[in-house]
Design a protein around this ligand. Structure first.
Ligand code: CP
Ligand code: NVA
Length: 333
């Protein structure tokens, strides 16, 4: 069964990482509590993760909570109405207090400055679980999904994988939709994984943050990289010869009041077979979810030969677990 096979494969990455002496980057630094280098399956035993969420979540919450628990740690979900943040206690005070009692914080907040305030005032690592500007955990799952689709053997560790992972081959990726946190995180991360041509189509009045764009262009074209980042108003231009078409909701959390205007402004941006007729014949569809039908129709979204959205969602768990390994187990001070 597909899911079981994928789970087994992931669990074998973890146990193989622990057993393979040559892969020292996957071992914890020098034992002590939370021993990721031993034979235990609970390297985060006794460690607590505070999950501070001021916005709702399905995937991020479930992946983060089950992933931490998988390693034997205690995840503690703190919605805004459960803790004093909801009554107006400042993020600064919350960070000082919570970080004095836990081993890591994972937070979903509004403005990006809010996560920076948490990070500045926390004595433990703070993981960004979505801000209005970035959603890095989603980008990691998207990268894993691209690898699984394009060079699946690269992740078959250690049977056929070579670390570090190879760059992806040249690919055309189209984004058609809003200029939001998801495309911002893709802009700053896709140029790092290969000569990817990323074309972003957004409507008039909806532009990616210029600072993010300039980082992305620098990353895509710096050194010996041969990626590119392009912008257009025309979805047909973006999807031409695309290997992957990616979108997201047109109305992000916090933008509910703009819904009617946004639905008007995004007319013509719905991903359908017809709008994608200029893409590669076997183009794949991705979406961070949750999905609304206005941005992608059912024919594309539920076509298993097109849409890899549920694999992408499941990969949220494996990739957040990798973040935990990196922060809590490899990078031991
Ligand atoms: N993609 C994503 O972050 O989904 P949730 O809002 O359900 O966590
Ligand atoms: N852009 C969306 C992503 C949800 C996972 C939002 O911020 O609401």
């Amino acid at each position: 069964e597909m899911r079981t096979a994928r789970e087994q494969q992931h669990h074998s990455y973890i146990s193989n990482r622990r057993d393979d002496d040559t892969q020292t980057r996957y071992r914890s630094g020098g034992g002590g509590g939370g021993d990721g280098g031993g034979d235990g399956t609970t390297p985060l035993a006794g460690k607590t993760l505070a999950m501070i969420f001021t916005k709702r979540s399905t995937r991020t919450r479930v992946s983060a909570e089950t992933g931490w628990a998988h390693y034997g740690g205690h995840p503690m979900f703190l919605g805004k109405d459960d803790i004093q943040i909801g009554g107006g206690e400042p993020l600064r005070d919350t960070a000082i207090v919570v970080s004095s009692m836990v081993d890591a914080i994972l937070a979903r907040v509004g403005e990006h400055e809010e996560i920076e305030t948490l990070a500045k005032n926390s004595t433990v690592p703070v993981i960004n679980a979505l801000t209005a500007r970035f959603h890095p955990l989603q980008a990691l799952a998207d990268i894993m999904t691209l690898y699984e689709t394009v060079i699946p053997d690269a992740l078959n560790y250690p049977a056929s994988a070579k670390l570090p992972l190879p760059l992806l081959p040249p690919l055309k990726v189209a984004w058609v939709g809003d200029a939001n946190n998801i495309i911002h995180s893709l802009l700053v991360s896709l140029p790092r994984i290969g000569p990817i041509s990323l074309t972003v189509a957004t409507p008039q009045g909806y532009n990616c943050d210029p600072e993010v764009v300039s980082d992305a262009v620098g990353e895509a074209t710096g050194g010996d990289k041969r990626g590119e980042v392009k912008f257009t108003r025309d979805p047909a231009v973006a999807v031409r010869d695309a290997d992957f078409i990616i979108t997201d909701t047109w109305v992000s959390m916090g933008q509910e009041a703009e819904k009617a205007k946004r639905l008007r402004d995004f007319a013509g941006y719905q991903v359908t077979e017809k709008m994608a007729s200029g893409a590669k014949p076997d183009w794949k569809f991705m979406h961070c979810l949750p999905r609304k039908a206005e941005e992608v129709d059912d024919e594309v979204f539920y076509n298993p030969n097109r849409s890899i959205v549920f694999q992408e969602a499941e990969n949220r768990k494996y990739t957040v677990m990798a973040v935990y390994e990196m922060l809590m187990l490899w990078a031991k001070n």
